[in-house]
Design a protein around this ligand. Sequence first.
Ligand SMILES: Nc1ncnc2c1ncn2[C@@H]1O[C@H](COP(=O)(O)OP(=O)(O)OP(=O)(O)O)[C@@H](O)[C@H]1O
Length: 274
Amino acid sequence: MSDAYQPDGMEPSIPKLEVRDVTVRFAGLVALDAVSFTVEPGSVHAVIGPNGAGKSTCFNVLSGVYRATSGSVRFGDAELTALPPHRIAALGMARTFQNIALSPRLSVRDNLMLGRHRLTRAGFVSAGLRLPSARREAARHGERVEEIAAFVGLTPQLAMPVGLLPYGVQKRVELARALCMEPKLLMLDEPVAGMNGGERREMAELIIAVRESLGISILLVEHDMGMVMRLADAVTVLDFGRRIADGPPETVQNDPEVIRAYLGATSETEEAAP
Ligand SMILES: Nc1ncnc2c1ncn2[C@@H]1O[C@H](COP(=O)(O)OP(=O)(O)OP(=O)(O)O)[C@@H](O)[C@H]1O
């Protein structure tokens, strides 16, 4: 990883993300029930919980994919609950997906350039006509993509089609693409799912490096408890759509209701197994 990676231009001011009483109903099912938590600027905040607890629903509300039935989500002064995903991204909230959402035939470089799209000023016409201003802008974005690729450890793979890379490397490309949006809040949906031990460690180091180099907030949904306990400053625990605990990892880990929720989930899985 390169130490040269810094925020682009002035140090951005990082807003708080405030989730207040968010409820999401699907037909008869309450997927989130008046959930509240705050992601403090520059912190790593994890949302955890057993299967079906509402973690993905929460992520999808924050990124504008789902509409909350009621409640409020504020990022600084902006109310997000009525905004479409691209407007939320434009406020500086970039996300990755549980299932990789990259263009497999395009190179790593081109996938990362797509991540710069929202920052591109040159219009379609000037870019198409290859005007000097558009060329200069493309060169600037190209340099930034190379810096970010170096930071994430992807320089050797820049020219390779994403689809040919191992899974763990593709997950790093996803994170790099989100960084290409120069986010103030990075939202990671199960960043280590499906990875082996070595890949998990590398991803954890990368997440720490992002926080330390950029000072941005990171919100992650994750199943791997060890990873959450190592990385997170604060943890919100959901169970059946309700928030059952919220606080520093060491407090949450010893909370009887959290232990019950996780043990319950384990024994149900064991009972379901043949
Ligand atoms: N689009 C949808 N339509 C109907 N029900 C949904 C929808 N999305 C989620 N649900 C339901 O909402 C509840 C919460 O699901 P969600 O996927 O948010 O949980 P999760 O904590 O992310 O689970 P997992 O760890 O298994 O990914 C579940 O009962 C799920 O079946």
